[in-house]
Write a new protein. Sequence first.
Length: 160
Amino acid sequence: MQKMIHEKYWKELELVLPSNKFDMSRLKKAYVFADNAHITDKRKSGEPYIMHPAAVAKIVYDQELDEDCIIAAFLHDTVEDTDTSIEEVESRFTPSVATLVDSLSHFTEALNSNDIKDVKTLRKILFSMSKDFRTVCIKIADRLHNISTLQYMPKDKQIP
């Protein structure tokens, strides 16, 4: 297993994630993998980037989604924002986790499209949703955490 860099955020999560319900070694593996993938990244707040996937994973847990969803929440930005490939996610985790992460990437790409009214864009969003509705739940958790940290964004980015 890779070295855990930001142990502080993992320790906080360990307090709230029931170890009798989940395979904590799988969750920790996903946390460490995401932490290493984002090692040089910072949030606008100046905090290490890993605090965002950790917060999203906590929201996903609070919504009583399954273990694969929590793992995908940790990994949701690794393929989009780092050199990590979806194949690497699949080989280190499971095809189910890789499918969720891949769907999240396509969903995000479609949501961030300049022309949300474009039929192709809407088709991508609907296709992502139809593959696995859990994708939408994780994306909502991602957006919820981003909204809670809007104060660190420039004013023009705070307003839709």
